[in-house]
Design a protein around this ligand. Structure first.
Ligand SMILES: *[C@@H]1O[C@H](CO)[C@@H](O)[C@H](O)[C@H]1NC(C)=O
Ligand SMILES: *[C@@H]1O[C@H](CO)[C@@H](O)[C@H](O)[C@H]1NC(C)=O
Ligand SMILES: *[C@@H]1O[C@H](CO)[C@@H](O)[C@H](O)[C@H]1NC(C)=O
Ligand SMILES: *[C@@H]1O[C@H](CO)[C@@H](O)[C@H](O)[C@H]1NC(C)=O
Ligand SMILES: *[C@@H]1O[C@H](CO)[C@@H](O)[C@H](O)[C@H]1NC(C)=O
Ligand SMILES: [Zn+2]
Length: 313
């Protein structure tokens, strides 16, 4: 089976939000269908003007006091991770129906449907989708949420400019020589050997919560912009939240993604560099600088001014 037929077969096998309304055989690893070709082979909407991912320039992010805390519904439950699947493009975990988010400057409540991952080639070759000040992280986790009022109708969600809310978390290598850490990620990655071939899936046993996987991240600090799905058809329907803190995972577990799962069946290529390159910049907002920070800036400014004036006299 040549790669084009294989890719198309995979796409038709995996409907869902990550690959919502797939109609073309897209890929990450062949010149004829990789992300440079998406604006041609999936013109609607990969050729659009609010495409994701982007490079976030931290100094250009404007303060917005609407970017308050999120409320996470059932993120502490250890029975919400249902099924893990190799889609041929990513590793995706389906979530239970009672998981969701609200607050965070979102217009309404959203249901968390699934999460999936993007990576490069082991911890040494980074593969996050978003970059911050040009830095690419080893991996990025995306939790895909759909407006609760749309009752999981993904056709309606991708047609609404804020129909989906994606939460992006960078994954970084844990410092030191620890292996198999944290425990939550050890448990999650233990399933990879059961889903080496595209289309395979496994049921996840209770015991790991979303909170456990998001360990170490202060979820009140994030960037916000309006963008798109990062895979065809790249629908411009996504309110993006990219958290500033990273999840720290030991190198051995990060390396499992690029050494275990394959893009198709048999001895097809290992799944590596599964990320889209950055698109044109968009306006980015973040939490407004607190009043104490700005008064510190103000007094430092005054001090600098008086020193400068003093030097002139
Ligand atoms: C993607 O495709 C372009 C041309 O279509 C090619 O120049 C580039 O090397 C390709 N990248 C990968 C990773 O295949
Ligand atoms: C993208 O492609 C579609 C379909 O060919 C076209 O209608 C649209 O005008 C294009 N948009 C841009 C921004 O080029
Ligand atoms: C969490 O899920 C359980 C069912 O597993 C449900 O009874 C409960 O209401 C949910 N909690 C919230 C805050 O929605
Ligand atoms: C990924 O890294 C491995 C080990 O360094 C290397 O053998 C392989 O060629 C790399 N794959 C790609 C697609 O770069
Ligand atoms: C989604 O909503 C549209 C428009 O209301 C409707 O035509 C379609 O059947 C719905 N899809 C599903 C899967 O319910
Ligand atoms: Zn994604």
């Amino acid at each position: 089976m040549n790669w084009l037929v294989a890719a198309f077969a995979v796409c038709t096998l995996v409907p869902g939000v990550h690959s919502a309304s797939d109609s073309v055989a897209w890929c990450y690893d062949q010149p004829s269908c990789n992300d440079t070709q998406w604006p041609v082979i999936a013109a609607a909407f990969c050729n659009g003007t609010r495409q994701s991912p982007i490079n976030i320039v931290s100094a250009s992010a404007k303060g917005d006091s609407n970017l308050v805390e999120f409320t996470f519904r059932n993120y502490s439950s250890t029975s919400t991770l249902k099924k893990i699947e190799n889609t041929g493009k990513t590793v995706k975990v389906a979530l239970a129906s009672n998981v969701g988010i609200s607050g965070g400057g979102l217009s309404e409540s959203y249901d968390s449907l699934q999460f999936h991952l993007h990576w490069g080639n082991g911890s040494a070759v980074p593969g996050s989708e978003h970059t911050v000040n040009g830095k690419r992280y080893p991996m990025e986790l995306h939790i895909v949420n759909s407006k609760s009022s749309l009752n999981g109708n993904t056709t309606l969600a991708v047609a609404d400019s804020t129909g989906l809310a994606a939460l992006g978390f960078f994954i970084e290598e844990m410092s030191g020589t620890a292996t198999g850490q944290p425990e939550s990620w050890k448990k999650l990655t233990s399933y990879l050997s059961s889903i080496t071939q595209s289309g395979q899936s496994a049921t996840i046993a209770a015991g790991v919560s979303l909170d456990d996987l998001l360990v170490g991240v202060d979820r009140t600090k994030y960037y916000r912009y309006l963008g798109s799905l990062t895979t065809p058809n790249c629908n411009e329907a996504v309110v993006w939240t990219v958290f500033k803190d990273t999840i720290k995972v030991s190198k051995d577990l990060i390396d499992l993604f690029s050494t275990t799962v394959r893009v198709s069946d048999g001895t097809s290529s290992l799944m590596t560099n599964v990320y889209r390159n950055v698109q044109a910049a968009q306006p980015v907002t973040t939490q407004a600088t607190s009043s104490s920070d700005s008064s510190t800036c103000y007094s430092l400014g005054l001090m600098t001014l008086s020193i400068a004036l003093g030097l002139r006299n």
